[in-house]
Ligand binder design. Structure first.
Ligand code: 5GP
Ligand code: MN
Length: 338
């Protein structure tokens, strides 16, 4: 962080701190926020963690989970906390619209603001930034920031497991190209303070309901479309498909990776029909940028090889139609990406 001394100075007296995460927070967003919250609490600050909406059960083992305020359920409490805050953190996002209505409240707040994030093209609203697209996870940046502040000794096993979950999931279980030497060094230190890597992996990856496994089977056998000419594969799930399998929040997470795991595939997509919108997940390998693809065509974005988007105007069929109709334009790029 550029102005680290001013940032550190700010915390020398007890402050009211609000940590916010993006809509549909993942393990990196929530783990980073709860890991950091634990340290800030030990420093004697009043700390709240706010999520715009609910999140899946497989994240609820994290220490501090019971104290997370969910904006869509506890709007007034959240509004009050933001109004009273001395400092507001944006964790794992750097575009206010990614935090839904919380983003609007942050924009209008007089509190100091800090972004801790690794997404492309951050907005210019923060007084402090711990931001790098080179970081594989926001949890990595939280760990580095604790080092810059000389607060690493305050990180305990439980908070370490929150950070570990963020690093593990955002690197795709240490498989993506963002798995660096630095990431492994951090993970070694986390294990050094007692983090149980196998336990976290079990909680996050191997806590499936039978319904979720059956939904996976259905999606792969009935809703997977492969377009070998374009090196593209996509999966789609309608509201009815989800209801038929009693799908719960988080049940489609990771599904897109099965499409990407097919040999020769360069871009994979998952289209899920929600109440009044279609949610899109894009993944790629090599030089094909799904961030550019999602930004340009679907009002979304993310990272080079993992991005998302939302459509409020088009229905599921129309979104898929648009997606397929765009592919000829990208054929050359897709074919030379590997
Ligand atoms: P996922 O497919 O797992 O929901 O998201 C993949 C990546 O894209 C994440 O880094 C996430 O932050 C980003 N992302 C997902 N949805 C959106 C969106 O609607 N807009 C933008 N700008 N980024 C998104
Ligand atoms: Mn992240």
């Amino acid at each position: 962080m550029q102005n680290i001394d001013a940032f550190k100075q700010f915390f020398t007296t007890s402050k009211k701190i609000v940590l916010t995460v993006h809509l549909n927070p993942d393990a990196d967003a929530l783990g980073s926020a709860l890991g950091l919250a634990s340290v800030l609490l030990k420093k004697g600050h009043e700390v709240s963690v706010l999520s715009p909406n609910a999140y899946p059960d497989f994240l609820k083992w994290m220490k501090g989970n019971e104290d997370v305020k969910v904006f869509e359920r506890e709007r007034e409490i959240c509004e009050g906390l933001i109004k009273e805050a001395d400092m507001i953190f944006s964790i794992d996002y750097s575009s206010l619209k990614r935090a839904g209505e919380i983003g609007l409240l942050i924009a209008n707040s007089k509190a100091q603001k800090i972004i801790i994030d690794h997404h492309i093209e951050p907005e210019d609203y923060a007084d402090f930034m711990e931001w790098s697209t080179k970081a594989g996870a926001t949890a990595e940046l939280v760990f580095d920031l604790l080092g810059e502040l000389d607060w690493k000794d305050l990180l305990d096993k439980d908070a370490g497991e929150c950070l570990y979950a963020g690093i593990m999931t955002d690197t795709g279980g240490f498989k993506h190209p963002n798995t660096t030497q630095h990431i492994h060094e951090i993970v070694a230190k986390l294990i050094g303070i007692g983090v149980d890597a196998a336990r976290v992996s079990k909680w996050v990856y191997d806590s499936n309901s039978l319904n979720r496994i059956k939904l996976l089977g259905f999606a792969l056998s009935e809703r997977l479309n492969v377009l070998p000419n374009y090196k593209v594969a996509y999966i789609y799930l309608s509201k009815k498909d989800l209801a038929d399998h009693n799908a719960q929040k988080g049940d489609t997470e990771g599904l897109v990776n099965y499409a990407l795991s097919i040999k020769g595939i360069v871009m994979a997509a998952l289209f899920t029909e929600k109440e009044n919108l279609v949610k899109m997940s894009f993944r790629s390998i090599g030089s094909f940028s799904v961030n550019d693809f999602a930004r340009k065509n679907f009002n979304g974005g993310g990272h080079m090889n993992a991005a998302g988007g939302i459509s409020n105007e088009m229905n599921l069929k129309e979104v898929i139609g648009k997606f397929e109709s765009l592919l000829p334009e990208y054929k050359t790029e897709l074919n030379k990406a590997l």
